[in-house]
Design a protein around this ligand. Structure first.
Ligand SMILES: [Zn+2]
Length: 284
């Protein structure tokens, strides 16, 4: 645990640090790093402002983490988001500087966890960098669920939007990342606010994608919220710092303000999905 170098007195956690809330142990697991055009992550924010936080390379690309969150409750192992997985094309990997072949499974293995041991997967939304690791090809080149014993929780609206082949969302979703889950009977669709397990609930925010959800973890008056792409990095706490990918940017801004106020009120942890340095922070 360290004080923030930007002198805002917040407490931050790095990739090798864990968080204990009551009987829950929470750790980040990288679902893979990649590089992406800086403008996509910061939308209307001028480069002169965002490049202080995320120095771009010569191709204007910045480094992004895909922080998946492992929650161990004592009874169950829960994974929030699954990174980009193993189904990307060589061309895509080249453009995005992806060299890791199976980052999520490799990084779970380093924590002594096998795919069969995951009981529940909660997906903030179904874009490739969050849902890509949910499915993979088996030895017969058949698409299967990566976590064979897990139930996968998705907002119904996100599922229906992603499955609808909407021309205005062409390229936003790849059905290979999630369609097999319906066949295997592992899919649990939820609507709006829903308790998933005691101490864990989800809330639909929309904004970034139509059925985007955030994940609340609460134990004995302590709490943490995985904000997904509503607040992807520490820099995104400023209300206008939104991604160009947002389908409804005003909704993202409203939900971010609501979420940050709630977190400050309760003195909870905020968990970031794309910050390559900090996966969790708490304000004083
Ligand atoms: Zn994302």
């Amino acid at each position: 645990m360290s004080s923030n170098p930007q002198a805002d007195n917040s407490t931050t956690l790095g990739q090798n640090e864990s968080l204990t809330l009551g009987s829950f142990v929470i750790r980040p697991v990288s679902g893979g790093q990649y590089r992406i055009d800086g403008g996509t992550l910061f939308g209307v924010v001028p480069r002169l402002l965002w490049e202080r936080h995320f120095p771009p390379d010569k191709n204007n690309r910045i480094l992004q983490e895909t922080n998946c969150i492992l929650i161990e409750t004592g009874q169950k192992r829960i994974l929030v988001d699954t990174g980009y997985g193993t189904k990307l094309t060589p061309r895509f990997c080249q453009h995005h500087d992806i060299t890791q072949t199976d980052p999520l499974i490799t990084n779970l293995d380093k924590k002594d966890i096998r795919p069969e041991q995951i009981d529940l997967v909660i997906l903030s939304h179904l874009h490739f960098d969050h849902a890509g690791g949910s499915t993979c090809y088996d030895e017969n080149q058949q698409l299967v669920a990566t976590f064979p014993n897990a139930e996968y929780v998705v907002q119904r609206q996100e599922w229906e939007t992603a499955m609808a082949d909407l021309p205005e969302l062409k390229g936003a979703y790849d059905k290979k990342d999630f369609e097999p889950l319906a066949r295997t009977g592992q899919l649990r669709l939820v609507d709006g606010d829903q308790q998933i397990l005691p101490g864990i609930h989800v809330r639909k925010t929309g904004g970034h994608s139509q059925g985007h959800q955030v994940i609340y973890i609460e134990q004995e008056n302590e709490g943490a919220v995985f904000a997904g792409d509503i607040c992807a990095t520490k820099a995104h706490r400023s209300v206008a710092w939104c991604m160009s990918y947002d389908t409804n940017m005003l909704q993202t801004r409203r939900e971010k303000m609501k979420l940050l106020n709630e977190i400050r009120h309760h003195n909870w942890w905020l968990l970031f999905d794309h910050d390559p340095v900090f996966w969790a922070m708490k304000e004083p």
